[in-house]
Write a protein that binds this ligand. Structure first.
Ligand code: HEC
Length: 201
């Protein structure tokens, strides 16, 4: 009877299984902490600190990466009021809770998640449809509070329903959308045109 070669022995494969499981468990723990760091809002991160709503958000094409990347510009406080990191987080959180409570994802996508009935909201802060930088914040608040009278529809017959959003909630949503537009999403959505802003390059 021929001897089983070492690479076909049960003992060898048992050891392999134990080692692979152990190494992957360590890798999984490392990746979990790495992902938490990557998705937590903080200054200089891919997901910026909430106080980014105090700055102007630009986009430029990065030739090396071949995609648009967000650029955080000069001071441009939302609603003309400079907020601390805590105040900004509270406002953005109010917006996020409003978005969740009204299920905006039933019609819209946010960071690619949701439904395709209405425009993607990831970069809607930069939509040229807000006419001009000077009136954008006001128009967005008015639109959210009364989307029927302020409907644009973009050549479709689709309309956004009145979701009973209060002025405080609308301001929170605008802060949430401005903050979201500053997230580096690896170029999603691709090649969107942006509203003209002061100091555009
Ligand atoms: C029933 C579907 C529906 C729901 C739910 C809905 N929307 Fe809309 N929304 C639309 C449609 C359709 C449009 C495009 C028509 C328009 O702009 O008048 C739109 C447009 C918008 C725009 C303008 C987008 C741009 O790039 O200019 C914003 C901002 C917006 N919605 C935010 C929200 C928020 C925030 C919520 C949740 C609080 C929400 N929507 C819930 C249908 C919906």
């Amino acid at each position: 009877m021929t001897k089983t070669p070492w690479w076909a022995s049960e003992g060898f494969w048992r050891k392999c299984a134990i080692w692979v499981t152990a190494v992957m468990a360590v890798a999984l723990i490392f990746l979990t902490f790495d992902s938490i760091e990557a998705i937590t809002a903080h200054e200089g991160g891919r997901v910026p600190a909430y106080s980014v709503i105090n700055q102007r958000i630009y986009y430029r094409v990065d030739d090396v990466q071949g995609r648009q990347v967000p650029v955080i510009g000069d001071a441009a406080p939302l609603f003309g009021q400079r907020l601390t990191e805590e105040e900004a987080e509270a406002l953005v959180t109010r917006g996020k809770l409003t978005v969740q409570s009204r299920n905006c994802m039933d019609c819209h996508t946010l960071l690619g998640n949701g439904a395709y009935y209405a425009p993607d909201l990831t970069k809607s802060w930069l939509d040229p449809a807000w006419a001009a930088e000077s009136v954008r914040e006001q128009l967005m608040v008015q639109f959210l509070m009364d989307p029927r009278s302020n409907a644009r529809t973009f050549g479709t017959e689709r309309r956004m329903p009145d979701l009973g959003i209060t002025e405080d909630e609308a301001r929170g949503v605008v802060a949430f959308l401005k903050w979201m537009s500053a997230i580096d999403t690896n170029g999603f959505p691709a090649n969107f045109p942006t509203i003209r802003q002061e100091g555009d390059r």
